[in-house]
Design a protein around this ligand. Structure first.
Ligand code: MCN
Length: 792
């Protein structure tokens, strides 16, 4: 008799409220900056005001004289004692320039840490930091990506003969050339995917405590990857990894920017060891905007060859990616995802892509929700819209003609991806119907006839998540891509789940509890989920790339299956029967054809008491598992929106937004919806208003939230969500990731809608962000050209 499947849909699939929320809403959660240790000191950083320059002098005399100041350190104090700022994506042939923890005589961006002041009180440290005199001899700087590639541009590293950090030329492809030559038309676009700031609600914060007695370093840090941080801090400080414990307490969002291990996370442990006292630092919002990694920062050139019936045959593209003044943990590798996903959900036959990672005098860029895939979706969706426009075809129809058919999965793309499963047409059909596409077009045309600027946008997209296997991913990032889980059953049948993922808003404390409660037929309150402490969860990889459920959840599932198998063997012995005759149903092990049964709790107690030993078994009930994915999953979706642009002011209003997504099996639709909404508005934020701006000289203009425009709830209509379900064959849950999905489709969807609104004026191109002023200028210019008058 077969063991019943672990996942019985009792709790899985239910909209269970997040168990995390009560403590968050009631202010009972503990973030790194809430922690206080006896004898704790506070650190404050002295940062470069200059985008480029040589440090002539650092004078900390006045700072040291201040009351409560315990120490001031600069690179000279660190020299020889620490390694570089951690970076794992050192790509073959990359012009890698190690980035020091504190500036080593040269500064390369505004906000770079130059010195650190340590004092008894936080404000004493901050005041004293202002007293450190740093004399810098300024050098010419370059902040613009394309300008950095021009001959004669200032060089970020003067020992390099250009600002090229890494160059991956396009492979010659005779098939691609043939397709271009035989095409009926070619569209060419230059697209800017502007630099944005992740802006998590909680900034970065670190508390380091070196204990001289046990020779143990404990680091509490707001990170997405505690195990990676443990390893990187150990390497940087030359400590045995077993002497380091990293704890991610409550983490208030990350969006990718808390994947890297930063200079501060290595420096504070160094200070704590040196001073033999705990030391804490929490960044200000300005530090966050200045010196926590940014996202995107691409300029793309793309040419697409198409036939007269709207089939896109081939793509020739080039990504110029701004890595900033140094390569962050994974920063240099992000554009490889843009290349991989360039064909999107379409049957493009050939793709050639060139990548140039470029150094500029700006903060480093890193993964930011979607990391390379929103860029890819933006490119191919703009291509689809442009082809439709050139041919006078409907934009949905052009997409439909290009979508990969449902019977073609698994589907190998010309860029080397293998899409696991999909039914793009079904999702498109559902979205068309849910949005009421035909009616919306008719309403738009009526509005146009009245002189109003109304537009419809559509995006059909796919993305990659749940990365694996490790062989492929390690080449890019030196990270394994497996994930771990350990399940411990208590004598009373309560279960502790220790997961290697490190959720920071996603809700796995709820989702994993649902899965485990279902697996053992116990209540959700009988399960607790622990994460983020490397001494408790001994091995793990972390939360990024929407892998938490697909990879981490599968590890939980595997460990649960192992426990169930052992529990059945124990039950069979105690029920005096054979394993094959025992079925597990509704939380009980039942003997076929007999009245005898034991609950999961009975077995748990027996496994611990062990007063009836089971031959061949050890006492106790626990299991560990590591899931190594054999491939990546590719969720997908279709977004529609309708916008109205005010002709007189350029004010943009999103009238409707509909999203139909497919992430295979969903464990908790409430969590999934939250993730989709968050992703959608984050993508819309980029399309509407967000932009990190440096001026020509490299000064940061968006260092406060007065200058950096975050989207607000009032900017959005009620977003309508729907879904289809095409399970993934790559994991036993049938699940695909959802954490980033919204950001992939929403940006091109909104830009497409705005361009559609302005189409009657002849506007065919705008770059993000679509602020009112930009729209107003475009309208003024277009109208003046139509009437032959001068523009704004
Ligand atoms: N889920 C589900 N069924 C699925 C897929 C997911 O029920 N088929 C649930 C999961 O159980 C989990 C949530 O949805 O509760 C997201 O899971 P998953 O897609 O696995 O994503 P991760 O947990 O790996 O989260 C990472 C992803 C990324 S890469 C970014 S960036 C991001 C995001 O999640 N940053 C976030 N969502 C965020 N949400 C918050 N609140 N804060 C961030 O910083």
């Amino acid at each position: 008799m077969a063991l019943k499947p672990v996942l019985k849909p009792v709790l899985v699939g239910e909209r269970i409220k997040r168990r995390e929320d009560p403590r968050l809403i009631r202010g009972l959660a503990t973030y790194t900056d809430d922690l206080k240790l006896h004898g704790m000191l506070h650190a404050a950083f002295v940062r470069s005001d200059y985008p480029a320059g040589r440090i002539v002098r650092i004078d900390a005399t006045r700072a040291r004289e201040r009351k409560g100041v315990v120490g001031v350190f600069s690179f000279d104090d660190l020299r020889g004692g620490v390694g570089r700022t951690p970076c794992t994506a050192i790509l073959p042939g990359m012009n890698d320039r190690p980035h020091p923890l504190l500036a080593d005589g040269v500064v390369r961006y505004v906000g770079q840490p130059v010195a650190v002041v340590v004092a008894e009180e936080r404000y004493a440290a901050r005041d004293a930091a202002l007293d450190v005199e740093v004399e810098i001899d300024p050098l010419p700087a370059v902040a613009d990506l394309e300008r950095a590639l021009e001959d004669g541009a200032p060089r970020v590293y003067d020992d390099l003969d250009s600002n090229v950090c890494w160059h991956a030329p396009a492979e010659p492809d005779p098939e691609l050339e043939r397709l271009f030559q035989g095409a009926d038309g070619v569209v060419k676009l230059r697209l800017v995917n502007q630099r944005v700031a992740p802006v998590p609600m909680e900034g970065r914060a670190v508390l380091a405590h070196w204990e001289e007695g046990p020779q143990k370093l404990s680091v509490w840090t707001s990170t997405q990857t505690p195990h990676g941080a443990k390893q990187q801090i150990a390497i940087c400080l030359g400590l045995p990894e077993i002497r380091v414990r990293v704890i991610a307490p409550e983490v208030g969002g990350g969006f990718g920017c808390k994947i890297p291990t930063y200079a501060e996370e290595c420096l504070l442990p160094w200070i704590s060891r040196r001073l033999r006292r705990p030391v804490k630092w929490a960044e200000t919002r300005t530090e966050n905007l200045m010196n926590t990694s940014h996202g995107r920062g691409h300029v793309e050139y793309v040419e697409a060859a198409y036939t007269k019936d709207g089939k896109v045959l081939a793509l020739r593209g080039k990504t110029l990616a701004d890595v900033g003044a140094f390569v962050s943990m994974l920063g240099a590798a992000i554009p490889t995802f843009t290349q991989l996903l360039a064909p999107g959900p379409y049957t493009v036959k050939a793709v050639s892509w060139e990548i140039v990672d470029v150094y500029t005098n700006t903060m480093a860029t890193e993964a930011y929700r979607g990391a390379g895939r929103p860029e890819a979706a933006y490119i191919i969706e703009r291509v689809m819209d442009a082809v439709a426009r050139e041919l006078g075809l409907d934009r949905v129809e052009v997409r439909r003609r290009n979508l990969i058919p449902a019977d073609a999965f698994p589907y190998d793309t010309p860029t080397g991806a293998r899409y696991d499963s999909g039914n793009y047409q079904a999702t498109l059909d559902k979205a068309v119907q849910r949005f009421g596409y035909e009616e919306a077009l008719a309403a738009r045309d009526r509005a146009r006839a009245e002189g109003r600027l109304v537009g419809i946008g559509v995006a059909t997209f796919t993305e990659i998540c749940g990365l694996g296997p490790s062989t492929g991913a390690s080449a890019l990032s030196r990270h394994g891509t497996w994930e771990s889980a350990e399940l411990r059953v208590e004598p009373t049948g309560n279960v502790t789940v220790m997961t290697g993922v490190s959720p920071h808003g996603q809700g796995q404390e709820t989702a994993f509890a649902q899965m485990v409660a279902d697996a053992f037929g116990i209540g959700i309150d009988d399960v607790t989920v622990v994460h983020g402490d490397t001494d408790v969860v001994t091995h793990g990889v972390g939360t990024f790339g929407s892998r938490g459920l697909v990879v981490g959840g599968t590890a939980v599932h595997m460990a649960a299956e192992r426990i169930l198998r052992k529990a059945r063997r124990i039950a069979a012995h105690l029920l005096d029967t054979t394993e094959e005759r025992v079925a597990f149903e509704e939380g009980s092990f039942r003997v076929a054809g007999a009245e005898r049964e034991m609950t999961f709790r009975d077995v748990a107690m027996a496994a611990h008491l062990w007063n009836v030993p089971v031959p061949g078994e050890e006492p106790g009930l626990e299991a560990t598992a590591r899931f190594e994915p054999s491939g990546t999953t590719f969720p997908f979706g279709v977004h529609f929106c309708q916008v109205t642009v005010d002709r007189d002011t350029g004010q943009l209003c999103i009238d409707r937004y509909v999203s139909v997504d497919d992430v295979g099996t969903v464990v908790n639709p409430l969590l999934a919806d939250g993730q989709r909404l968050g992703g959608i508005v984050q993508g819309l934020g980029q399309a509407l208003c967000e932009e990190v701006r440096y001026d020509e000289s490299g000064q940061l203009l968006t260092a406060t939230l007065m200058d950096y425009a975050m989207p607000r709830a009032a900017m959005f209509p009620r977003i309508e969500l729907d879904s289809t379900c095409t399970p993934s064959p790559l994991n036993p849950l049938g699940a695909k990731g959802i954490g980033e999905l919204g950001t992939i489709g929403s940006t091109p969807c909104l830009v497409g809608a705005v361009l559609d609104a302005l189409a009657p004026l002849g506007v065919t191109h705008l770059d993000m962000p679509l602020k009112s002023e930009k729209l107003w200028r475009a309208i003024q210019l277009a109208e003046s050209q139509q009437t032959g008058e001068g523009g704004a």
